[in-house]
Design a protein around this ligand. Structure first.
Ligand code: CP
Length: 334
C-alpha cells in the first residue's frame, strides 16, 4: 500500500535511463526529486517485493551508495555486484571467438540478470583508447538489448545522467530566480586522462533544460563532441567565461579529438578565490571525487560558495525519482 504521502507517477514513460533523451520533462523529474528530499519515505512501499541490481564494472562511492539508499527509501532490495572484482570476465563483441580472457558473453549473462532483478543498473567507464568503441556504448547498449528489464546508467562510457539530473536539481534549489542563471562549465587540470562523461552529460542536460545562459571554457584542443555542446557558448579564455557567472561547474576531461590524451596540465586553469572575484559570487560545483589543489583549490572547496557536499547528498533524491518512475508495475515472480 502506498503511504498517505505517496507521490504520483509522472507518466514520463521512461523505459531506460541512459541519457537526457529518456526524459520527457526535466523540470517535472527535478520537482519529484525535490519532493522526495522533503519526504524521503513518501513511497516507502512502492518497491515492496522488488529488487534492483547494481552492477559495477568500475569503482564508485556516491553512485553506489546513493542508489542503494534511494532504493531502500522506496522499499526495494538493492543487491550490488562488483563484476570487475567478483564476476566472470564478460565478452561484449558479437561473434567473438572466446579463446582469450573473457569467460561469459553478455548475451548469456544479461538475460539471467533480468530474471533476478526488476531493474538493472550498470556502471562502466570508457577505455579512452578507441573513441569509436567508447562512443558506440557497446557495454550499456548490450545490457539494454539483452537484459529484458529497464536499465539505469550509473555512468557509461560517454554520459553520467544521474549526476546531471542531480546537478540541475542542485542548481534549481540553490538559485533565487531573479534572472536566468549563467552557468559556466570549466575544464580543470588533472594528473590522469579522465573520461568526457560528466562534461558531456552536464552539457547535454543543461542544453536540453534550456533555462540558463550556458558557457563552456577549456584550453585549446579540449573541445568536447558537439553532439552535446551544441547550444552552449564556447570560450577558451577562462577569465572571460567566468565573468558574472552564477554557477561554476569544475571538471577535468581528456581530449576528444585526439582521443583520451592530456595536452595541457596548466595549473593556471585551477579555480581560485581571485578568479571567483570575476563571478557573480558564484556557487561552485564538482561531481567528486576531486583532487584537491590540482583540480580545485582548498580555498574554494572549503568556502561557503562550494556546493559539492550538498550536490553529492542530492544524488539520493535524483536516483529515487528515476527509480520510482521506471519501476515496473507488477511484482516479479519467484
Ligand atoms: N560523482 C560520482 O559518480 O561519484 P562516484 O564515482 O563516487 O560514484
Amino acid at each position: 500500500m502506498p503511504s498517505a504521502f505517496s507521490l504520483q507517477p509522472l507518466a514520463l514513460r521512461m523505459k531506460n535511463f541512459i541519457s537526457v533523451k529518456d526524459v520527457d520533462n526535466i523540470n517535472a523529474l527535478v520537482e519529484k526529486a525535490l519532493a522526495y528530499k522533503k519526504n524521503p519515505f513518501a513511497d516507502r512501499n512502492l518497491g515492496a517485493d522488488k529488487r534492483i541490481g547494481l552492477l559495477f564494472l568500475n569503482p564508485s562511492l556516491r553512485t553506489r551508495l546513493s542508489t542503494q539508499v534511494a532504493a531502500k527509501n522506496l522499499g526495494m532490495e538493492a543487491i550490488v555486484f562488483n563484476v570487475d572484482k567478483e564476476g566472470w570476465a564478460l565478452e561484449f563483441e558479437e561473434g567473438a571467438i572466446m579463446s582469450g580472457n573473457t569467460v561469459e558473453h553478455v548475451k548469456d549473462a544479461a538475460p539471467i540478470l533480468g530474471q533476478y532483478f526488476d531493474i538493472l543498473c550498470i556502471r562502466t567507464f570508457p577505455s579512452l583508447k578507441n573513441r569509436e568503441d567508447d562512443y558506440s556504448e557497446l557495454v550499456m547498449n548490450s545490457f539494454v538489448q539483452y537484459a529484458g528489464v529497464p536499465i539505469i546508467s550509473l555512468e557509461s562510457a560517454t554520459l553520467h545522467p544521474l549526476q546531471s539530473l542531480t546537478d540541475i536539481l542542485t542548481i534549481k534549489e540553490s538559485f533565487a530566480a531573479t534572472h536566468k542563471p549563467k552557468i559556466v562549465l570549466t575544464w580543470a587540470p588533472h594528473v590522469k586522462p579522465l573520461p568526457q562523461c560528466v562534461a558531456n552529460s552536464f552539457a547535454q542536460w543543461v542544453n536540453a533544460w534550456g533555462e540558463a545562459d550556458f558557457v563552456i571554457t577549456h584550453p585549446e584542443h579540449y573541445e568536447l563532441s558537439d553532439q552535446y555542446t551544441k547550444g552552449a557558448t564556447i570560450i577558451t579564455n577562462q577569465n572571460d567565461a567566468l565573468k558574472d557567472a552564477d554557477f561554476v561547474y569544475v571538471k577535468n576531461w581528456s581530449t576528444y579529438n585526439d582521443y583520451g590524451k592530456i595536452y595541457s596540465n596548466d595549473p593556471a586553469w585551477m579555480l581560485t578565490e581571485d578568479k571567483m572575484l570575476l563571478t557573480n559570487n558564484a556557487k561552485v560545483m564538482h561531481c567528486l571525487p576531486v583532487r584537491r589543489n590540482v583540480e580545485l583549490s582548498d580555498e574554494i572547496l572549503d568556502s561557503a560558495n562550494s556546493l559539492v557536499t550538498k550536490q553529492a547528498g542530492n544524488r539520493v533524491w535524483a536516483a529515487q525519482a528515476v527509480i520510482s518512475e521506471i519501476l515496473p508495475p507488477s511484482p516479479k515472480g519467484g
